[in-house]
Ligand binder design. Structure first.
Ligand code: ATP
Length: 444
């Protein structure tokens, strides 16, 4: 029995969710391309996040900062000195491991290498900086070094004053941003779980220092609620509090939202981090840039550096979560039905439209329905193959509703809507289809 990750990797390629990057050249380690279905799914995840975090909240505004930033940002943030992982190499087979990720002691001479099995072959741990370096402009020397951002957060901190002044925001308020981040991970893998190029969805909430616990608790719960609102199984979600040894250099308190991804000796892994970053970042940027970052509170007449509560989610990890959470196998009349039970809000295609047969005027009616629905929903028209095969294709891409034009349609202008999860069928008048689909998507 293949494990779920292998099944998902192959389904994702077959159905156009995710392809190995540079596939025709044999791929490149741990880099992935999102295909048509994957792009739609990812866009839906990002749209849900943006809507929850900014459109529905008057106190959070969006931002889209550049990937390349002044190297001084990374000195100030501590990334140049602190953004490191310890790595050890096996002297025998040259495999590289993240020393803090191992469930054995690499300095023990009786420890076998998990790859080649030789005993006591590990090097001393070395600290390795995870930032990707490149050069800006034609000169490749120390003065032209720039970094690909390893997190989107710093683009928010350095714009705190720009955003506050231009949008006339008073504390508490937040800035939300979705964007690519890059980390030269020592051990990427597990499909899209850990990659070197990935997308983050981060929100930084600026507050009065005395209110840090209140807002930390608020965002912790709010973020957990978001995953629940996407239909993620509550039994496979939990909080993990960082102990003193785990806390990042900037954090006073941190909780991870973990999902039971299922791989590794401990199947639970981080999906999102919620951090109380105190005034660490604004203080450092104030010191290093010489530009005041203090906030003047007109009500209390106080001047202070705001604290920041950060919610930092991985877009690709959320997408992987929706795939694992949605993957179902069902035996029906001796044959296997595979489907992705996405929440309809996330499903790449909301409805597929089929003429039962390619005659008797059915394709013409189905095409008309397609034209009417297309401006409002992501839909797909399919007239190829048996109805069973067409359903199976939609099941594998997680389409929640399939609309079929059949003999009865010609008589009474109704169609069937087949529900992916229950396989129930209902009849609906063509004129009410748009309204009914909206109800079904919103109401689920
Ligand atoms: P990990 O412990 O898994 O390395 P982290 O604690 O370094 O993660 P953060 O710096 O808190 O992660 O980043 C916030 C979020 O960004 C993570 O919760 C995760 O969803 C996502 N993320 C971080 N690194 C990667 C990566 N290499 N590939 C994909 N997503 C990532």
């Amino acid at each position: 029995m293949k494990n779920i990750m292998d099944k998902l990797t192959s389904l994702c390629k077959r159905r156009g969710f995710i392809f190995p990057s540079s596939d025709i050249y044999g791929g490149i380690n741990a880099c992935w391309d999102y295909g048509p279905m994957g792009t739609l799914l990812k866009n839906n995840i990002k749209a849900q996040w943006l809507s929850t975090m900014t459109r529905l909240r008057a106190d959070v505004v969006p931002l889209d900062a550049a990937i390349l930033m002044s190297p001084k940002v990374w000195e100030a943030s501590g990334h140049i000195s602190e953004f490191t992982d310890p790595l050890v190499d096996c002297r025998e087979c040259k495999t590289r491991f993240r020393a803090d990720d191992l469930d054995f002691d690499p300095s023990d001479p009786k420890t076998p290498c998990p790859k080649c099995g030789k005993l006591g072959t590990f090097t001393e741990p070395r600290m390795f900086n995870l930032m990707f370096k490149t050069f800006m402009g034609p000169l490749e020397d120390a003065t032209s070094v720039v970094y690909l951002r390893p997190e989107t957060a710093q683009g928010i901190y350095v714009n705190f004053e720009n955003v506050r002044i231009s949008s006339r925001k008073k504390l508490p308020f937040g800035i939300a941003q979705i964007g690519k981040a890059f980390r030269n991970e020592i051990t990427p893998g597990n499909f899209i779980f850990r990659t070197r190029e990935f997308e983050q969805m981060e929100m930084q909430f600026f507050i009065r220092p005395e209110e840090d616990q209140k807002w930390f608790d608020f965002w912790k719960q709010d973020r957990m609620n978001w995953y629940l609102s996407l239909g993620i199984d509550p039994k496979r979600l939990r909080f993990h509090e960082h102990g003193p040894n785990e806390l990042a250099h900037y954090a006073k308190a941190a909780f991870d939202i973990e999902y039971e991804f299922g791989f590794g000796s401990d199947p639970w892994h981080e999906l999102e981090g919620i951090h109380n970053r105190t005034d660490f970042d604004l203080k450092r940027h104030q010191e290093c840039s010489g530009k005041k970052q203090e906030y003047f509170d007109e009500e209390t007449r106080e001047r202070y550096l705001p604290y920041i509560i950060e919610t930092s989610a991985g877009c690709d990890r959320t997408l992987l979560t929706t795939l694992i959470n949605g993957y179902r196998e069902e035996e029906i009349k001796g044959s296997l039905r595979v489907f992705l039970g996405f929440h309809p809000k996330l499903a790449p295609i909301k409805a597929a439209i089929f003429p039962l047969v390619k005659k008797d005027g059915m394709p013409e009616i189905a095409e008309k329905i397609e034209a009417n629905l297309r401006p409002h929903f992501d839909i797909l028209y399919d007239a190829g193959g048996s109805i069973g095969r067409r359903y199976a294709r939609q099941d594998e891409i997680g389409t929640p509703f399939c609309i079929t034009v059949d003999g009865q349609t010609i008589e009474d202008q109704t169609v069937t809507i087949r529900h992916r999860d229950t396989l129930e069928q209902e009849r609906c008048g063509i004129d009410f289809l748009r309204q009914r689909l909206a109800e079904l998507i919103e109401g689920s």
